[in-house]
Design a binder for this molecule. Structure first.
Ligand SMILES: Cc1cc2nc3c(=O)[nH]c(=O)nc-3n(C[C@H](O)[C@H](O)[C@H](O)COP(=O)(O)OP(=O)(O)OC[C@H]3O[C@@H](n4cnc5c(N)ncnc54)[C@H](O)[C@@H]3O)c2cc1C
Length: 401
């Protein structure tokens, strides 16, 4: 019997386990630090689990930005269509939402995880919870902290699927970064991805508008431009549209530059029309009334203009129209990694072969969010985690012959 140790029971580790458990001549053990596996997978299902996306594959692959070339071969093996078939095979139906996002019919992760774990146990997978990987001992064995104390175990192949560094209370705390770095495995520092940002709001704005949603706007940062909505928070901005633009905002800040989100508060109106409408005589109207009547701008949108524009801009109809179409919201810092939906950074692809084995450490494989890639929300995260688990699991099988 060859022994395979998988560490990390998130979607990537479980998918790898599925490719390996029940194979003749293999004993597969999965270890997780938490009292139960798949905790982040379950949280991902709380607001309606978006497991993949139905858009055409080239557009899908482009979502992985600078890592598209590394993720594409993984999706060739297990792409969005294969993923949906796989879910159906677990007895869970899926549907495509109006935005192209794919969800389990019940919108939840729990029935899927339950069916999946049941099938894995049936395949002979041995699951060990409350087993925290601590690194390797001098003999190259895995060190695991267990409720009964520390143990060391030798495995013929090891697959790490330890996740990123966000939402540490769910198990993936990034504590593996120094362990792999110390072993000479190159790791790009973990950074928040799909995260909110700090903005220095005035006390008045913060007290009045924290929690307010900003709807039907278009935001851009550099070449990236997207419609959607987000929320004002006491200390900044967060929500889907901000997450979508988080990577360029974060990278601009990391490069030391000032970063700003450019907002179009009236996507349906041209700047010419706004200029003409706002140039109408104001009479005794307050600025708030004038903005509402002439430009359809009110509530938090009007307050944002007051918050961010100097008085001469507010007093000049042409300048005000330009501000409505391109309002710069200066962000000062990304929210901390722990609050982010996902992590950028991780084990560098240059260190891996096509089966996701660490070239310098034959028999060690890595998969999931702990690899150095990032993607927006929309099902792209889970799809790449599952695809990489699939490829790494098959890689272990091939390597063990
Ligand atoms: C609030 C929220 C909502 C999300 N919604 C979506 C969504 O709708 N769609 C989508 O595609 N993605 C979503 N994601 C992202 C998605 O859940 C993750 O990208 C995915 O779970 C990562 O899978 P993984 O297997 O790589 O790692 P994880 O799921 O993080 O699993 C890693 C596992 O490793 C274990 N572990 C870590 N360190 C050790 C150690 N030293 N020893 C032993 N075990 C260890 C952890 O306990 C954990 O079980 C969401 C994330 C969050 C936080």
């Amino acid at each position: 019997m060859r022994r395979v140790a998988i560490v990390g029971g998130g979607p990537a580790g479980l998918m790898a386990a599925e490719r390996l458990a029940g194979q003749p001549g293999l004993q597969v053990d999965l270890y997780d630090a938490m009292p139960s596996p798949g905790r982040k997978f379950l949280i991902a299902g709380v607001g309606g689990m978006n497991i993949t996306h139905a858009e055409a594959l080239p557009a899908f692959i482009a979502r992985y930005g600078a890592r598209a070339a590394q993720i594409a071969p993984l999706l060739d093996v297990f792409g969005p269509a294969a993923l949906r078939e796989w879910i159906h095979g677990l007895g869970i139906e899926t549907f495509v939402g109006s935005s192209g996002r794919v969800f389990p019919k019940e919108m939840k992760a729990a029935p899927l995880l339950r069916a999946w774990l049941h099938r894995l146990r049936g395949q002979g997978l041995r699951l060990h919870v409350r087993h925290r990987w601590l690194g390797w001992n001098a003999a190259g064995e895995l060190r695991l902290a267990t409720p009964e104390g520390e143990i060391a175990l030798a495995a013929d192949a090891t697959l790490l699927a330890l996740g990123g560094g966000s939402w540490a209370k769910l198990g993936s705390d990034g504590a593996w970064v120094p362990l792999l770095s110390a072993a000479g495995i190159p790791v790009a520092p973990l950074q928040p991805a799909n995260c909110g940002f700090d903005v220095d709001w005035s006390t008045h704005f913060r007290e009045r508008f924290a929690g307010a949603p900003l709807k039907s706007v278009v935001a851009s940062c550099g070449a990236l431009r997207q419609a959607g909505e987000f929320n004002i928070t006491a200390g900044g901005i967060e929500g889907g549209l901000v997450y979508a633009l988080a990577a360029p905002l974060r990278d601009t800040l990391l490069a030391g530059g000032p970063a700003q989100l450019l907002l179009d508060l009236a996507p349906g109106r041209s700047v010419e029309r706004l200029r003409a409408d706002l140039a109408q005589p104001r009479g005794r109207d307050s600025l708030a009334n004038h903005l509402r009547r002439r430009a359809g701008i009110e509530g938090v949108k009007a307050a944002l203009l007051r918050e961010l524009c100097p008085p001469p801009t507010l007093a000049d109809s042409a300048a005000l129209a330009a501000a409505i179409k391109a309002l710069a919201v200066p962000v000062t810092a990304p929210r901390p990694l722990d609050e982010a939906i996902s992590s950028a950074g991780g084990v560098r692809f240059e260190a891996l072969d096509t089966a996701l084995m660490v070239r310098a450490r034959p028999g060690l494989f890595v998969a999931g969010e702990m690899l150095d890639w990032e993607a927006p929300t929309g099902g792209y995260l889970l799809t790449a985690c599952l695809a990489s688990g699939h490829v790494a699991g098959d890689g272990v099988r091939a390597w063990l012959g």
